[in-house]
Structures are given as C-alpha cells and as structure tokens.
Ligand binder design. Structure first.
Ligand code: CP3
Length: 357
C-alpha cells in the first residue's frame, strides 16, 4: 500500500487570513468593530429606510448594503456581516425588541423551566436564514481582497441578556441564576453553545471566511466561573467548528479578561484573541502574542480616539502598531466605534496604520 501525504493546505492570500495563520506582516491588516453603524450618515439613511434595527438585520439586501458602506468609504481589509448577537436568543424563542435610545429588551429566563422551554438548537435556521442570504450577497459583492467575517455572541454574554432581559452594568441577574441553580444555568449555556455551532456552521457554508465570538461580558467572570462559562463553552464551539469546517479561523474576544488573556487562545483553540483597550499593547506583545499559528492578536485602540482625533489618535495608533509589529497582528479598536465618532478620524487611523505606524 502506498501512502500519499495529503497536499499542504494552500497558503492564504488575503491579509487578514495570513495574519490569522500566524504570519507577521509589514503592515497590519485593519478593520473596526461596529464599522457599519450610526457614526456613518449612509448607515443612518439605510436604517431609516428599513424602519427599525431588527428589520435591517433581517432584510438581506439592506444588511449587505450597510456592511459594504464602510468598505466603500474606507477600504477596510475585512467586512463584518451586519447582524446582532441577540438574533440567536430570538431564534431560540425569546422575544426580542429594541427600545430607541435605550437598547435591547428580551423576555427573561430565570430557571430550569425557562431553559427547557427554549427551541432546539437545530431549529435556529428557521429564523436566521436571512443572515445566510446576507453573507451570500456579500461574497458576490465584496472586493476580491476583502475578508468576510461572520460572528455570534459567546454563550456567557448571550446568556446575560437572556436572563436579565436587557443589558446590565454588572450582569447581576445571570450571576444570581448561576448561583441559585448552577445546573440550569449550565444547561442554558449548553443550549446557546449548540445553537451557536449551528449558526456559525451555516454562516461558513454561506461564505464567511472567519468567524468571531463576542464575549463582551467575559470580564465579570472570576476564577472557576471564567473557566466554566468563558473558556469551556468557547473551546467546545471552536472544536465543533474545526471538526465541521477545518481551516476556518476563529477570533475570540473575551473582553476585559485582563490577565486571563494569557493562554486564552491555547485553552480554547482560537486562532486569534481580540484585545480590549484595558490591556496595553506592550503587555500583550510580551504575554499574549506569539509567532506562528494561534498567536495572532487583534486590537486595541481606545474607541474614544474616533471621537477626539488629533495628534493623540496618531500617537496611540503608532504606539500600538509598533508594539505589536513583532508578531501576527490585526489592527482594530478595543471595542465598538460609538455613534458620536467622526468618520474623518477613522480615515486618519487607517492612513496612520497603512503608513507603517
Ligand atoms: O460590528 C459590526 O459592524 C457588525 C454588526 C454588529 C452589531 N452588533 C450591530 C449593531 C455586531 C458585531 C454587534 C455585536 C453586539 N451586539 C454585541 C457584542 C459586541 C459589543 O459591542 O460588545 C452586543 C453586546 C450586542 C447587543 C446590542 N446590540 C446592544 C447592547 C445594542 C444597543 C446598544 C447600541 O449601541 O445602540 C445593540 C444594537 C446594535 N447592534 C446597533 C448596531 C449597529 C445599533 C442599533 C441602531 O442602529 O439603532
């Protein structure tokens, strides 16, 4: 019997995919969290046309349009599909609506009966099919060099909204349910995790080339809770995706994880970790970034510079580019751009990064 070695995977050519594969590039590729959003007049116009935010998420032509707007205006290296992490709870059976000026509202889940009443993970496609159509449109319309990113919320962050029925400062309702009935809370995390695997797999099949898991509230988990509800569910999702779709990189964003950023990629199998602006780029270069696969970091300019601009924006951008130049790096903000940001400051950030920092 002759054994023939599998041919090596072709080397990616898009800059974001090269960085995620562990390559150190002379200029870091760049995209921006919430790059499609209210700071852009063209977004506000399309959103007005859609009528409301959820309608925008579920209308593929309009969702694709707002995804493309920042690509046309700024030429980012990646487009992130337009949707929201709270579509998954809705697909699992939670009621969801957005109150203008306040944010999301959901029906609440507080006990084992509430978890048991959720729909099965495999049924999420019934609700989420328009998102897959958005991705198919984007794959046709994006420039050849632009990477298409899909995403979902990580189970802990999604659970905090499902339990509280809204955003909270300290995620107290989710912590309370976790303490009152850890098994029921773990079942909720598992159900969200299963749904997330289904959702991200379908996104990849529809054309997503990278997926990102947003764990915006990871920083409120401590000790064993961080291992059980941030690390373990993320690791389980990534293992299932690697199994179904080998070669599709995953970016994990355990926001405000602080020292728990160290080893997070290795513990979860993530190809990159996104850094919030609470950690310094110099610290991350020493403690988080590694040469080669799994060592890529993304981040981490404070989004307030998109509001304030000026020499501070240029200095901070340069500092981050230089601090992380020794390894694989994707330039980004440390959190989403805010509605009061000035698009000219975004252009200045990109110009500074592309000038080599
Ligand atoms: O980054 C992108 O451009 C892609 C689209 C995207 C949105 N939300 C669009 C959005 C992504 C990736 C998200 C993720 C998301 N949504 C997170 C995780 C990231 C983070 O910011 O920490 C969270 C926690 C949510 C939940 C959510 N959605 C909240 C709390 C709110 C209200 C707050 C606000 O900014 O108004 C939203 C609404 C939302 N999602 C908007 C956008 C553009 C604003 C809605 C509008 O146009 O009125």
């Amino acid at each position: 019997m002759t054994l023939i070695a599998a041919p090596p995977a072709p080397r990616p050519t898009k800059t974001i995919l090269r960085a995620l594969a562990g390559e150190t590039l002379p200029v870091p590729p760049i995209w921006m969290m919430r790059q499609a959003g209210r700071y852009l007049p063209e977004y506000r116009a399309t959103r007005a046309q859609a009528g409301d935010f959820l309608k925008l998420c579920y209308t593929p032509d309009l969702a694709a349009e707002v995804t493309l707007q920042p690509i046309r205006r700024f030429g980012f290296d990646a487009a992130i599909m337009f949707a929201d992490i709270l579509l998954v709870p809705q697909a699992l059976g939670s009621d969801l609506w957005f109150v203008t000026g306040e944010g999301p509202r959901l029906s609440t889940i507080t006990d084992a009966a509430g978890v048991a009443a959720l729909r099965p993970a495999g049924s999420v496609h019934d609700t989420l099919a328009p998102v897959y159509e958005t991705l198919r449109i984007l794959r046709r319309e994006l420039p050849a060099e632009t990477t298409l990113i899909g995403f979902a919320g990580a189970p802990w962050t999604v659970a905090t909204y499902m339990v509280a029925g809204r955003g909270t400062k300290d995620q107290a309702p989710a912590h309370a349910m976790k303490q009152a009935d850890r098994a029921a809370f773990a079942a909720l995390i598992d159900r969200i995790g299963d749904a997330t695997v289904e959702y991200l797999s379908a996104q990849i099949e529809a054309g997503a080339e990278v997926v990102k898991l947003f764990d915006s509230w990871a920083g409120s988990l401590r000790g064993q809770d961080f291992d059980d509800f941030a690390v373990a569910p993320t690791a389980r999702i990534i293992a299932a995706l690697n199994d179904r779709h080998p070669g599709i990189p995953v970016i994990a964003f355990p926001r405000e994880a602080g020292p728990r950023y160290v080893g997070f990629a290795a513990a979860t199998g993530a190809d990159a970790v996104a850094l919030d602006n609470g950690v310094s780029a110099e610290w991350a270069a020493m403690n988080v970034q590694r040469a080669g696969p799994g060592g890529c970091v993304q981040g981490n300019l404070d989004p307030r510079h998109m509001v304030t601009g000026g020499p501070e924006l240029v200095d901070e951008t340069r500092r981050i580019v230089r601090a992380l130049a020794g390894g694989p790096h994707i330039f980004n903000l440390g959190h989403g751009i805010t509605p009061d940001a000035d698009p000219d400051n975004v252009a200045l950030m990109i110009e500074t990064v592309r000038a080599g920092g």
